[in-house]
Write a protein that binds this ligand. Structure first.
Ligand SMILES: [Zn+2]
Length: 215
């Protein structure tokens, strides 16, 4: 039932003109390409002396969110055209879990085969969309998953699962998508919680959707 609600929500939200262009700066596609390059660099791990599997985004900046500029500081104040205001989230939980992540099909450990370079998942949020960059995870029996797949996230510790900021449609098909698409594939937790709160308050779904659209 909640999946049907999610479908209805995304169906309604995607019919709107939600993707407002920023005043200037990099496009969503160019931002994605730039982030893929920056994520390819790994921080050296002082303890082991070799390169760590953990992205420096996680180990140094301690966040899953890639940097983005405010409209004011990026453009109004500086006039810089090579910055971005698009929000991107990088989801690579496998190296963060001490005992590894098991394949949902055969329970063999998953290894990371790199970032999904074909595109990111667009997520509707109250302040405009954000985009999730995932990784390809595969086991020794060649079962291939996206790090964003629900079957992968279910195998993570609860506290780590809770860091994932969205509810997605077509949960286990993300890795097969090819070509860039900024089409919305999910809604943020904030939107979802707003909808759930409206339902608990006894509001009709259509009323809640009008509220979400009006934000
Ligand atoms: Zn497997």
């Amino acid at each position: 039932r909640s999946y049907e609600l999610l479908q209805k929500l995304i169906g309604t939200l995607t019919t709107m003109d939600t993707v407002s262009a920023p005043m200037a700066g990099l496009s969503v596609e160019d931002t994605f390409e730039a982030h893929l390059i920056s994520l390819a660099g790994r921080a050296a791990s002082p303890s082991s002396g070799s390169g760590s599997d953990i992205a420096s985004l996680y180990s140094v900046l301690k966040t899953f969110w890639l940097p983005s500029c405010s409209d004011y500081l990026g453009f109004t104040a500086s006039g810089n055209q090579s910055v971005t205001t698009h929000r991107f989230f990088f989801w690579d939980p496998q190296p963060l879990v001490f005992n590894g992540v098991a394949c949902a099909v055969c329970t063999a450990p998953l290894t990371n085969r790199g970032r999904i370079t074909s595109g990111a998942l667009g997520v509707y949020d109250l302040t405009g969309p954000f985009y999730i960059i995932g990784c390809v995870y595969a086991c020794t029996n060649d079962h291939v998953h996206a790090s964003t797949d629900e079957s992968v996230r279910r195998a993570l510790p609860q506290s780590l699962q809770g860091e994932f900021p969205a509810l997605l449609l077509d949960n286990d098909r993300c890795v097969t998508r090819d070509g860039w698409s900024s089409e919305l594939r999910g809604v943020s937790r904030a939107v979802w919680n707003l909808v759930q709160g409206g339902l608990r308050a006894g509001l009709e779904v259509d009323i809640i959707l009008r509220v979400v659209r009006a934000v």
